[in-house]
Design a protein around this ligand. Structure first.
Ligand SMILES: Cc1cc2nc3c(=O)[nH]c(=O)nc-3n(C[C@H](O)[C@H](O)[C@H](O)COP(=O)(O)OP(=O)(O)OC[C@H]3O[C@@H](n4cnc5c(N)ncnc54)[C@H](O)[C@@H]3O)c2cc1C
Length: 385
């Protein structure tokens, strides 16, 4: 059993807050989480959990709690949205495990949050209070962590810039696996897959959730800012017009879904971790990025693991300064990859032709190799230097 190192107060029981609580409690801290919401609801869509996140979730025992709900896709397809032709097929499944030593999983955000929450509730060093916000006085806590998401009050209190609307919105729906249009299922050689359908200015993502019983669909389009909401009822006709001229494989899914909701994508120009009053920002409160690299949840999980290692170091002031430098560099690299993906996914005209040629010429192995820096990364080892 670890010695009791002191207490830490966390604002937010999202992916960052719950991961941080588990990491810190495992190293001897007593943790209290204040979550503004009265209840943690099923709001949200799917999340991708790449091997760089799974290495920590496995160590924390969360992967086992998630096993029945998460799915290990066997392939990632990049599809031409108009012709429904596969542009590239990158093996995941056993290949991901062999190459990056941890699995590549997809799941519903609510299932990941529930798995983290049940692990926290099982840990006597973690106290979770729903319907509560952190008071601004530090009290007797050694540190306070702002894990309160993209519209963070803790970030605001520290005087850092607010997240700004990116100009894109994410539409979401789910369909039961046995209710999928044939045009969609026939287009994909492997059903347990992530497929990203590419086209001018918009793209469309599909993957299984809920143990494979449902498919999660996310459509990224340009759009107006509806404010700070995670689920706003969307107008199907607007979505249909954004995908005019696309393959029936996608258009039939848009038509078949019972409803579409959407949320605005916000981003921050600069990551900030260290705030006044011994406050540390983690996850989206520190560095919200658009989902083009599918790493939002993974970065929150990495932040938590890196911070727990940092606070165990003998010279904490120096270690925290290093934490900020190391994490900022990592976030910047991921944001850069997201920008590249956005350009490639939404390319038009000659850029789209060039992209398709590149996908055809480069073998899948070269794409796997190109992801080593991202998926083989160990956030704890990176702190040790
Ligand atoms: C309801 C919801 C649905 C989402 N759906 C998706 C999705 O479908 N797909 C996707 O990619 N990402 C989604 N996200 C975002 C995704 O979870 C994050 O980008 C990522 O996981 C980083 O997690 P985070 O813990 O930093 O932030 P979040 O997951 O946003 O968690 C922040 C938490 O802080 C709480 N909070 C906010 N303000 C305060 C306060 N003042 N005091 C205390 N608590 C506070 C919030 O209620 C929330 O529980 C969603 C987030 C939320 C909150």
């Amino acid at each position: 059993m670890n010695e009791n190192k002191g207490s830490i107060a966390i604002a937010g029981a999202g992916i960052a807050g719950l991961s941080a609580a588990l990491e810190l409690a495992a190293r001897g801290w007593t943790v209290r989480i204040s979550e503004k919401a009265q209840a943690l609801s099923e709001v949200g869509a799917g999340l991708q959990l790449a091997p760089n996140a799974m290495r920590h979730l496995e160590r924390l025992g969360v992967a086992a709690r998630l096993a029945a709900q998460a799915v290990a896709p066997q392939v990632l397809y990049l599809m031409d949205g108009r012709s429904a032709r596969p542009l590239m097929a990158m093996p995941l499944g056993a290949k991901a495990l062999e190459r990056w030593r941890h699995p590549y999983l997809v799941c519903h955000r609510a299932d990941l949050q529930a798995a983290l929450l049940s692990a926290c509730r099982n840990n006597p060093a973690i106290d979770i209070r729903l319907g509560e916000t952190l008071s601004s006085s530090p009290g007797d806590t050694a540190f306070r962590l702002g894990c309160d998401g993209v519209w963070s009050a803790e970030r605001d209190r520290a005087g850092f810039d607010k997240a700004r609307f990116s100009g894109h919105v994410a539409w979401r729906t789910t369909l039961a696996a046995d209710a999928l249009p044939a045009s969609f299922t026939n287009a994909l050689p492997e059903a347990r897959s992530v497929s990203a359908w590419l086209g001018p200015d918009v793209h469309f993502i599909a993957y299984p959730v809920k143990g494979g019983d449902y498919l999660n669909f996310v459509a990224i389009t340009k759009g107006g800012n509806p404010g700070e909401v995670w689920s706003k009822s969307g107008d199907r006709a607007r979505l249909q017009s954004a995908y005019r001229g696309w393959s029936p494989a996608v258009r039939d899914v848009i038509a078949a879904a019972p409803d579409w909701t959407f949320w605005p994508l916000f981003e921050m120009t600069e990551a900030h971790f260290l705030a006044p009053d011994q406050t540390i920002l983690l996850g989206d409160a520190s560095h919200a990025v658009t989902p083009f690299a599918a790493q939002g949840a993974a970065m929150a999980i990495e932040d938590a693991a890196a911070l727990a290692e940092t606070l165990d170091m003998p010279d904490r002031t120096a270690a925290l300064a290093r934490f900020e430098t190391v994490r900022k560099a990592r976030i910047a690299a991921v944001a850069k990859r997201g920008k590249l993906n956005r350009f490639a996914y939404h390319a038009t005209g000659p850029f789209a032709l060039g992209r398709n040629m590149l996908f055809a010429l480069r073998g899948a192995d070269s794409f796997l190799k190109d992801l080593d820096w991202l998926y083989a990364y160990d956030a704890v080892a990176a702190m040790r230097g």
